[in-house]
Every structure is written in C-alpha cells, then in structure tokens.
Design a protein around this ligand. Structure first.
Ligand code: HEC
Ligand code: HEC
Ligand code: HEC
Ligand code: HEC
Ligand code: HEC
Length: 170
C-alpha cells in the first residue's frame, strides 16, 4: 500500500515537472520578439489612445500596426535613460530598422471582417474581441484565444445581426 502511494506521488510530481517544462518551452518568451513593446506603458501609464497607433480601426477593415517611423516620433531621444527596454527601441530608431511584428489575430482570406464596421458603426469596444490590452505588458499575448466562427456567430445572434453565410464568407 505504502509503495503504491509512493509511486503515485512520484508520478504526480513527474507529471507536474513535465507539464511545467513543456509549457515553458511551448510558450514563446519575450526574447523572441523584436521589441519588448508594452501596451501597459503606452496606454495605461501614458494614456496614448488606441487609434493613435492603430490608425485604421475607425476607417478601414484592418486596424494596422505602426512601424518604426511612427515610434521615432517619441523614441529618437531617450525619455527614460534608466530603461533598458526603451534603449532597444531607441537603437532601432537610430538605425531606422523596420520591425517585423508577430500578428496573433487573423482571419483566413475567405472571411470578411471590418474594424470600421464593428468599432465605428457597431460602437463595440476593443475589449469585446481583444480583452483588456491596457494591462498587457509584453507582446507575448498569453491570454490570446484565436478567433473562431462560433465567436463571431454568437455575438451576431445575441445582437440580432445577420448570420447569413455570405455576409462573412466571400
Ligand atoms: C506618443 C509618444 C510615443 C510613441 C509614438 C511611442 N512611444 Fe514608446 N514610450 C513612450 C513613453 C512616454 C514611454 C515610457 C518611458 C517611461 O516612462 O519609462 C515609452 C516606452 C517604451 C518602451 C520601454 C517600455 C518599458 O517597459 O520600459 C518601449 C520598448 C517602447 N516605448 C516601444 C515603442 C514602440 C515599438 C513604438 C512604436 C510602435 C513606440 N514605443 C511609440 C512614448 C511613445
Ligand atoms: C468584433 C471584434 C473586434 C473588435 C471590436 C475589435 N477587433 Fe481588432 N481584430 C479582430 C479580428 C477578427 C482581427 C483579425 C482581422 C484580420 O485578420 O483581418 C483583428 C485584428 C486586430 C489587429 C491586428 C492588426 C490588423 O490590422 O489586423 C489589431 C492591432 C487590432 N485588431 C486592434 C483593435 C483595436 C485597437 C480595437 C478597438 C478600437 C479593435 N481591434 C476592435 C476583431 C475585433
Ligand atoms: C504606442 C502605440 C500603440 C498604442 C497606443 C496601442 N497599441 Fe496596440 N499594438 C502596438 C504595437 C507596436 C503592436 C504589435 C506588438 C504587440 O503585439 O505588442 C500592437 C498590437 C496590438 C494587438 C495585437 C495584434 C495582433 O494580432 O497580434 C492588439 C489586439 C492591440 N494592439 C490592441 C490595442 C488596443 C485595444 C489599444 C488601446 C487600449 C492599443 N492597442 C494601443 C502599438 C500600440
Ligand atoms: C461582440 C460582438 C461581435 C462579434 C464578436 C463579431 N461581430 Fe460582426 N457585427 C457586430 C455588430 C454589432 C455588427 C453591426 C454593425 C453595424 O451597425 O453596421 C456587425 C456586423 C458585421 C458584418 C456586416 C453585416 C451586414 O449587415 O452586412 C459582418 C460581415 C461581420 N459583422 C462579420 C464578423 C466576423 C467575420 C466576425 C468574427 C471574426 C464578427 N463579425 C464578430 C457584432 C459582432
Ligand atoms: C459572423 C461571421 C460568420 C458567419 C455568419 C459564418 N461564418 Fe463561417 N467562418 C467565420 C470565420 C471567422 C471562420 C474562420 C475561423 C474558423 O475556422 O472558425 C469561418 C470558417 C468557416 C469554415 C471553415 C471551417 C474550418 O474548420 O476550416 C466553414 C466551412 C464555414 N465557415 C462555413 C459557414 C457556413 C456554411 C455559414 C452559414 C451557415 C457560415 N460559415 C457563416 C465566420 C462566419
């Protein structure tokens, strides 16, 4: 009986350690990202509006992600010389090096989605689909969940918006 219990405990510990290691390998670390961009610093601490950087949210299908020329407006000088993270963007601006961002949120080509339609006409908050980005302190979106058809469908049903296949599919 004691032996069995011992084996069981070893198994549980082994599984826990395995899970821990596996999980840490499978989630990408912030080091994989070109710049340690923080939504928290820009939107919560410094109150920059979403639309200032994601220029297309109210006018176009795509929100858009700003690039180095936009960052250079503020980061061609060091705002906080003590910040190691800020020095990375400062150096990239000096070299005028384009940044290749990882995009987490996408829909396939056969789906039609428009930010303007949802944000401007539908008056939906970004949080309805992206969660609270103002708390996001790294580009590694751990709480991100992919956009699947039921996600679109459920909200349309709740709000009495059309669920005709042809509306979302070309
Ligand atoms: C309107 C001004 C403004 C723009 C535009 C801007 N930033 Fe910043 N950024 C700031 C301020 C202010 C800080 C905070 C300095 C501090 O308080 O330490 C900051 C800090 C940072 C930091 C350091 C964060 C940290 O955790 O210490 C990084 C990295 C950064 N910005 C990247 C970017 C990138 C990439 C872009 C372009 C996509 C960008 N910023 C555009 C104002 C701006
Ligand atoms: C109704 C859901 C919904 C709302 C509301 C919404 N988004 Fe999105 N967002 C999406 C989907 C779906 C995608 C993927 C779109 C694609 O692949 O074309 C996306 C993609 C993005 C991207 C990736 C870059 C890009 O151009 O596609 C950014 C940045 C973004 N959204 C920012 C915002 C901001 C900022 C707001 C609020 C002003 C917002 N979104 C509101 C669903 C939404
Ligand atoms: C100073 C510029 C700046 C501001 C302000 C800003 N963003 Fe971003 N946003 C970025 C950059 C740069 C990225 C790409 C790096 C990353 O994923 O963190 C990004 C990425 C995103 C993404 C992930 C897109 C994807 O598919 O990976 C979403 C969603 C998003 N932003 C929403 C918002 C919302 C909502 C706000 C306002 C609360 C906001 N952003 C304010 C610069 C900004
Ligand atoms: C949180 C709620 C919500 C989610 C999630 C959502 N939508 Fe919508 N959608 C709306 C609302 C509200 C409207 C009506 C906007 C308006 O007033 O024009 C709309 C309108 C539309 C329209 C235009 C419909 C028409 O009448 O022609 C399309 C297409 C569409 N959505 C596609 C999508 C797709 C694709 C997704 C998933 C990637 C999605 N929506 C997710 C709320 C949502
Ligand atoms: C409100 C928007 C919306 C409506 C309405 C909608 N779809 Fe979709 N559909 C999506 C999105 C977003 C995806 C891509 C994400 C995914 O695979 O779930 C998708 C994916 C699909 C796929 C591919 C699934 C896969 O696993 O590859 C099929 C097939 C499909 N839809 C059929 C339909 C049919 C049939 C209807 C009508 C009954 C319909 N859709 C209505 C948004 C919608």
């Amino acid at each position: 009986m004691k032996n069995k219990l011992f084996v069981l405990i070893l198994f549980v510990i082994g599984a826990a350690v395995g899970y821990f290691i596996f999980n840490h390998k499978s989630t990408s670390s912030t080091d994989d990202y070109p710049v340690p961009f923080s939504h928290y610093v820009h939107t919560s601490k410094h109150k920059i509006k979403c639309v200032n950087c994601h220029r297309g949210v109210e006018t176009d299908a795509r929100a858009g992600i700003p690039n180095i020329d936009y960052c250079s407006m503020c980061h061609s000088t060091l705002i906080n010389p003590a910040s190691k993270r800020e020095k990375i963007i400062y150096n990239l601006v000096k070299e005028n090096k384009p940044i290749v961002w990882k995009v987490h949120y996408t829909v396939p080509d056969y789906v039609y989605f428009s930010h303007r339609r949802h944000v401007k006409l539908g008056k939906l908050d970004c949080t309805a689909c992206h969660g609270d980005m103002t708390k996001q302190d790294s580009p590694d979106l751990k709480n991100f969940s992919p956009i699947m058809m039921p996600f679109c469908f459920n909200c349309h049903e709740q709000k009495d918006i059309t669920t005709d296949c042809g509306n979302c599919h070309h």
